[in-house]
Design a protein around this ligand. Structure first.
Ligand SMILES: Nc1nc2c(c(=O)[nH]1)N=C([C@H](O)[C@H](O)COP(=O)(O)OP(=O)(O)OP(=O)(O)O)CN2
Ligand code: ZN
Length: 161
């Protein structure tokens, strides 16, 4: 098995619904996300054509030879998904009154409405699904809220570290 890991961060605010303790209050984190992708075989000489570079040109066949995927493509994809949440207020759907949501948005705040409780575990699953949708062979996503705690979501049979 071959693998790569890429790390991204996003800053945001949240609170935990139904939590008895300080995390029921609105607070912020710099979340750290580490995504792992794994494949049995590296790419071949004819793979890799058509990836878009930062300068707008495309890669040629062979660019991906003996790679899982290009580090640049992988880390940009993880960063793009993290950017969707960056500097937003992560809100579990139904946890705030519609008038509250409207008032916050009326003030110009960016809310990300999510259909789950905003735990690190659920955020790891959300990243996993988003990266898989983008075609990455994701095997695990770790999410840290603080330097001391880490959650992960892994595909069946994968052992998290
Ligand atoms: N299993 C989980 N437990 C908790 C989660 C979570 O996502 N999954 N989240 C929280 C809160 O969001 C909280 O922000 C983090 O909790 P905690 O580590 O207790 O907070 P601190 O970093 O401030 O830790 P201290 O040691 O108290 O300073 C809670 N639990
Ligand atoms: Zn928190």
């Amino acid at each position: 098995m071959y693998g790569l890991q890429a790390e991204a961060h996003f800053d945001g605010a949240h609170f935990l619904t139904d939590y008895y303790g300080k995390c029921e209050n609105l607070h912020g984190h710099r979340w750290r996300v580490v995504a792992t992708i794994e494949v049995e075989r590296l790419q071949g000489a004819h793979d890799g054509a058509g990836e878009l570079r930062d300068d707008g040109t495309s890669t040629a066949a062979g660019t991906m030879r003996d790679m899982v995927v290009d580090f640049g493509v992988f880390k940009r994809t993880v960063a793009e998904v993290a950017d969707e949440l960056d500097h937003t207020f992560l809100v579990e759907e139904g946890s705030l009154a519609p008038a509250t949501v409207a008032a916050l948005e009326g003030e110009g705040f960016s809310l990300t409405m999510l259909p789950f409780r905003t735990t690190a575990e659920n955020l790891a699953r959300w990243f996993f699904d988003r990266l898989a949708e983008r075609g990455l062979p994701v095997s695990q996503v770790e999410v840290d809220e603080t330097p001391n705690n880490r959650a992960f979501y892994a595909r069946d049979g994968h052992v998290g570290r």
